[in-house]
Design a binder for this molecule. Structure first.
Ligand code: FES
Length: 559
């Protein structure tokens, strides 16, 4: 029993008795009784924001978590943190992941709580909360708002945001009118919740469950459902038990837990963003996870879940088929089943109550009958990415897995956006589109890596091209897109030296990515290279000066 409740983290007035007296005075004004304040205090991080429509029903989830806390004999204290709405943050929500991680870490430490429930969902929120949890000195349990339900347009099933990209590409190619794309725009995201494909939000929710930081079954219940709210109530109740018998997140986020999470990531064909996030979380948890571990685990893990963008289904299908527990059941023989998560039971005990994938569904498969072969995620190295790059093989075109072509270079996402629509752009389907100055230092690593197919080629029916960058791409994207090239161009990485027409060779089976230019020529280019100016002030300056490379998780070096 380690409950200190409201007496934790007293304000430093040099007189602890006075600090407690003053705190009680203000709590009395909020109507709390002495009995209530003798209970375990559960901090509940609420990431509601008008700038984050994915979280628009978070208040219901918060209410259910509070119910669970109260029913279990605790007292909930809800506190806000910044909420990172993926489509609302310029230049990218990734620039603010570390800020949310830092804020959450500090508020858990500075405010009185015996345990914390962190409620997230939209892409960067859950990674930031796991980063904060990794260094917490009180128990932490996560829950998410859950995915949206699907909708339809003219009889075609729709979901954000793989279909957002598909329909936009169709519109760019002249296949949809203005009126039609307007109809699609209001049909793609029709309920509360996070993107309902296996994008970053769904991936990170599933990975959190696999890490053991969320109660079993929490990743998939759709946002508007009772299943989601019941899971919130159970989470609140469990937080009180964790406050009474504390288990710290770093005791849960072990090397074995990360190995399980990598296995799940590979079997899901999950977002490439999870690579950067898991590296950052592991670094904080003191687990020596490496970029190559993702490739190693992926090589012997088949694709087992048939969800977009790698497959066909949506999160509600995954949920109805049993969600992450059934996937874990399929993977059981390859998992560390002794691992104990926030639920307090070993994975073996949890899975003893789970049936293998049912015959009536096709979304979750067995290892014997997978959706796709092993290797959904690959790590590449070579002269263009000495410290590594990542490609989502399961969402790429097999015919481009080995490809050699001339580079067409863009110096920024803005330049790419401008020139790719130029009807006179000198480009063929064999070109390799290269985007630079989009890594962590240069731009906070926006999801600009899946450059659109040049408009002229898209109109001629080209749907995929090899693309290479130091950017990320959305977990809902697809295509032959090499990402996270490290070192990035803004610190003088090889991408900075590429010129139009240089030959680039991509060889996914051999895990290589090379710039086919003679070393003497490259040495001359390197000598003439000038680094970009850092941002002038504020968070962006601090970020650019202290952010680690993507291959290390892009956390700040002092955290
Ligand atoms: Fe929030 Fe996709 S935009 S999860």
């Amino acid at each position: 029993m380690n409950v200190q409740g409201i007496s934790r983290s007293l304000v430093s007035y040099g007189d602890a008795g006075f600090s407690r007296f003053l705190r009680n005075t203000f709590l009395a004004s909020a109507g709390y009784s002495g009995e209530e304040l003798s209970r375990p205090v559960i901090g509940v991080a609420d990431l509601s924001s008008d700038y984050n429509p994915c979280h628009r029903q978070m208040d219901e989830l918060v209410a259910n978590v509070k119910r669970g806390v109260l029913a279990a004999g605790g007292i909930p204290f809800v506190f806000p943190t910044i909420s990172l709405g993926e489509t609302f943050l310029n230049p990218t929500s990734m620039l603010y992941r570390n800020l949310l991680a830092m804020e959450t870490e500090e508020l858990i430490r500075a405010q009185p709580m015996d345990a914390a429930v962190l409620l997230g969902g939209c892409d960067k929120t859950v990674p930031a909360q796991l980063m904060a949890a990794a260094v917490s000195e009180v128990p932490v349990i996560l829950d998410v708002v859950g995915p949206m339900l699907t909708s339809s347009w003219r009889g075609e099933r729709l979901g954000a945001c793989t279909d957002c990209r598909r329909f936009w590409a169709r519109y760019r190619a002249g296949g949809l009118s203005e009126a039609e794309i307007d109809e699609v725009e209001v049909s793609l995201a029709s309920t509360s919740g996070t993107c309902m494909v296996m994008g970053t939000a769904s991936t990170m929710g599933s990975v959190t469950e696999a890490l053991g930081m969320m109660l079993p079954g929490g990743a998939t219940p759709p946002s508007p459902t009772g299943d989601r709210l019941r899971h919130g109530t159970a989470t609140g109740a469990r937080a009180v038990e964790l406050a009474r018998q504390p288990v710290l997140p770093r005791e849960i986020m072990t090397a074995e837990a990360f190995e399980n999470a990598l296995r799940v990531l590979a079997a899901l064909g999950g977002s490439t963003n999870a690579v950067v996030h898991l590296l950052a979380i592991a670094r904080r948890a003191g687990v020596p996870l490496q970029l190559d571990d993702f490739d190693r685990v992926s090589r012997d893990t088949p694709l087992l879940v048939d969800l977009k963008p790698s497959g066909a289904g949506y999160m509600e299908d995954f949920h109805r088929a049993g969600g992450v527990p059934v996937l874990l059941k399929s993977l059981e023989r390859t998992l560390h089943v002794d691992h104990v998560g926030v639920c307090g039971r070993s994975l073996a005990d949890v899975l003893a109550e789970v049936e293998p994938p049912a015959q009536w569904q096709e979304i979750i498969r067995t290892v014997e009958q997978p959706v796709g072969p092993p290797g959904a995620l690959a790590v590449l190295r070579g002269s263009l990415a000495p410290d590594g790059a990542v490609i989502k093989v399961s969402a790429a075109s097999p015919e481009l897995a080995v490809h050699e072509g001339p580079a067409l270079v863009f110096d920024s996402p803005e330049e790419a956006a401008e020139r790719l629509d130029d009807p006179d752009l000198d480009v063929t389907a064999d070109h390799v589109l290269v985007l630079r100055n989009a890594g962590p230092v240069a731009a906070g690593m926006p999801e600009a890596g899946s450059l659109p197919i040049p408009k002229r080629l898209a109109g001629a029916g080209v749907t995929d091209m090899a693309r290479v960058s130091d950017a990320r791409m959305s977990g809902t994207s697809y295509g032959t897109v090499v990402l996270h090239c490290t070192p990035e161009s803004a610190v003088g990485g090889p991408l900075a030296q590429v010129r139009d027409g240089d030959l680039i060779r991509l060889d996914v089976p051999h895990r290589t990515l090379d710039l086919l230019v003679a070393e003497e020529e490259l040495a001359g280019r390197r000598a003439a290279w000038q680094p970009p100016e850092p941002p002038q002030r504020g968070w962006r300056r601090l970020y650019a000066q202290t952010v680690l490379p993507a291959s290390l998780g892009a956390d700040l070096d002092f955290l």
